[in-house]
Design a protein around this ligand. Structure first.
Ligand SMILES: *Cc1c(COP(=O)(O)O)cnc(C)c1O
Length: 381
């Protein structure tokens, strides 16, 4: 392989086979009238079984699932919801839309997920929720967070959008909190194009969200077109659910491929002064997105490396910005320098679409190795 070679390597891309096409075609041809919910029900059942939870509601997005779940928990104006500063905006937006305030705590240096000690320090009488986001597939310290939630009577919500395939001491990410939310956006490990899932083991919360998800129409209501409350319209279509059903049949392979891609990078990059997504004892990382963080002692310019990759056709992505520096609103919980404010400048997400080959991983890794070794050890190439 020559260094002048250029490849077109996207950072993510859905894995669509004839099965997805077959199911979607069937839904488009036949999934109407009395069959208009068939694939939705099937998708919810399959997802519930996979996750080991009692209830699931397919939604139009993870953001919508979070919005409805937080609304059902009574989160509203004047309330505070604690979450990590390093995050995608989708977790904070529903909090802001409900009139509540996202309160950002710093992340842990190993998992890049929220620090339980800082969560506890950030609790006030107005705290109505803690959102555990399993970043890039890395698992939050759920034992510590659930213990804090229990001690203070505050629900712990799991945003598991990036954590399909991640398992925490025998429990799947998204199944441990008061409710969990998933995303099936085209960039995620399993996809329906756009889409999401609300999951819970709480029967009351399930009924509330089910009603909210159907424009406030309770399922026992016999009066037609009668809303019992003002709800939302965040439903998934049967055609999207058909694609989801096919993805669920392939979920073992789809998550195994993600782990395989991570392992290739980990092997090729093993001599670099970097840290990659951790997999603590007793946990399985779904490795949605292979990420590395360069040690502080090594000169590193993120944008230079992104440009070097782009010049060879490789689409790498930046680590999430600290939300406290964006228009997300909210505020930092503690008045101090956060790791979230500097880590994104020393980190990078590598491509991990399902068809990424070993050759691709080798090609990409070599660009990173060439760039990094020229910085920390001139002469080696
Ligand atoms: C992708 C993502 C979301 C949003 O998912 P949508 O389905 O696009 O609403 C929420 N949270 C996290 C952590 C995500 O990565």
């Amino acid at each position: 392989m020559t260094s002048s070679q250029i490849r077109k390597i996207p950072y993510t891309k859905p894995s669509i086979t004839e099965l997805e096409v077959e199911f979607a075609t069937d839904a488009a041809a036949n999934g109407w009238g009395e069959h208009c919910y068939d694939y939705i029900v099937r998708f919810e059942e399959a997802f519930k079984a996979h996750l080991g939870v009692k209830y699931a509601i397919a939604t139009s997005s993870c953001t919508g699932a979070l919005h409805m779940g937080m609304h059902a928990l009574g989160i509203g104006p004047g309330d505070e919801v604690i979450m990590a500063d390093t995050n995608w905006i989708a977790t904070a937006a529903p909090i802001v839309h409900l009139g509540a305030t996202p309160v950002f705590v710093d992340i842990l240096p190993d998992s890049w997920c929220l620090d339980p000690e800082q969560v506890e320090a950030a609790i006030t009488p107005n705290t109505k929720g803690i959102v555990a986001v399993h970043l890039y597939g890395n698992l939050c310290d759920m034992n510590a967070l659930l213990a804090i939630g229990e001690r203070y009577g505050i629900p712990v919500i799991e945003d598991a959008a990036e954590a399909v395939g991640s398992v925490y001491h025998g429990k799947r990410a998204g199944s441990m909190g008061r409710f969990g939310a998933f995303s099936f956006h085209g960039t995620k490990t399993i996809t329906t194009g756009e889409g999401g899932m609300f999951v819970t083991n709480d029967p009351d919360l399930y009924e509330q969200v089910l009603t909210l998800s159907n424009h406030g129409r309770a399922r026992g209501q016999s009066k037609q077109f009668w809303p019992d409350m003002v709800g939302f319209k965040y439903k998934m279509s049967n055609i999207q659910a058909a694609i989801g059903c096919a993805q669920m049949q392939r979920i073992e392979i789809l998550t195994r491929v993600k782990r395989g891609i991570f392992a290739m990078y980990q092997d090729y990059l093993k001599d670099l002064p970097i840290r990659m997504n951790p997999e603590p004892e007793g946990c399985t990382n779904g490795y949605w997105m292979p990420t590395f963080v360069v040690e502080d002692s090594i000169p590193f310019n993120r944008d230079e490396l992104i440009d070097a990759l782009k010049a060879k056709g490789v689409d790498a992505r930046v680590f999430f910005w600290p939300l406290s520096s964006t228009p997300a609103g909210g505020r930092k919980a503690l008045d101090k320098a956060y790791l979230s404010e500097s880590i994104h400048l020393r980190a990078l997400n590598l491509p991990s679409h399902h068809n990424l080959s070993d050759e691709d991983a080798f090609f990409i890794s070599n660009i990173a190795i060439t760039y990094l070794t020229s910085n920390f050890s001139p002469g080696i190439s």
